[in-house]
Design a protein around this ligand. Structure first.
Ligand code: GLP
Length: 240
């Protein structure tokens, strides 16, 4: 794994440049997208590049990592809403080519098809990941099997607590989600992970210095052949 350290502005710009280059080289790229606070500036840079005529996303296909069970796509904390609001509504992407797992209705049937849909699209060319303070990626919490495909997951207490900042009350945070599995994520041809802030320092230490174990879901990335970890000084502080 390669590590790049910079402030949030710098690393977000570098990651956005990777996405823009990917799309310019292969206009029908398959992109793996993430939600959370971490990728926000990456998406802002991707929008800016589109508005400045530097890239078009019209033939791009996207797959998002996860979705809360129980939230409609119109709920302002659903990941479908997040993606529309922070990226898709501001670029020329065809929304029919954007895939986000369903949180309501027959979410299980869709989840069961998800890995096959990714495969049929040609596989993910470039995947962005955030990371949870407990080392989760997507909603793969500690203990998730490394060979997991898209599935229903229970959120860890610490994740519910971390994510409650975005809801009116902790009781409103869904306790379950549908998520791409660790194997689904590892199938991506290239992966970039972004982590900023002290709250991520232990997870980044475990990722870069710890042993590969299902107790630390992100540690599976140690065996990915093309993965770069972008961090700020705070997230990197325990490694140095
Ligand atoms: C959620 C998401 C993850 C994300 C994590 C970190 O749990 N399911 O995909 O990486 O939050 O979020 P943030 O970037 O807001 O710290």
């Amino acid at each position: 794994m390669k590590v790049i350290v910079g402030n949030n502005e710098q690393i977000s710009k570098l990651i956005a440049e990777e996405f823009i280059k990917q799309v310019n080289e292969k206009p029908n790229s398959v992109l793996g997208l993430a939600t959370g606070t971490s990728p926000l500036k990456v998406y802002a840079n991707m929008i800016k590049a589109y508005k400045n005529g530097k890239v078009s996303y019209k033939d791009v296909v996207t797959f998002n990592l996860d979705e809360y069970i129980g939230l409609e796509g119109t709920h302002n904390q659903s990941y479908r809403y997040f993606m529309n609001d922070n990226l898709f509504d501001h670029i020329d992407i065809d929304k029919n080519n954007t895939h986000v797992l369903l949180g309501v209705g027959d979410y299980l049937a869709y989840a069961n098809q998800y890995d096959e849909l990714i495969k049929q699209a040609g596989g993910i060319d470039l995947q962005i990941l955030g990371i949870g303070s407990d080392g989760h990626i997507a909603f793969n919490e500690p203990g998730t099997p490394f060979d997991s495909l898209t599935h229903v997951a229970e959120l860890a207490e610490s994740t519910i607590k971390d994510n409650s900042r975005l809801f009116n009350d902790i009781s409103e945070v869904p306790t379950k989600a549908v998520t791409m599995g660790l194997k689904s994520i590892m199938n991506a041809k290239r992966i970039v992970l972004i982590a900023t802030g002290k709250n991520k320092a232990q997870a980044i230490y475990n990722l870069l210095k710890g042993k590969m174990t299902e107790e630390v879901p992100c540690s599976i990335l140690q065996k990915h052949p093309d993965c770069t970890i972008y961090v700020d000084e705070e997230a990197y502080s325990l490694v140095k």
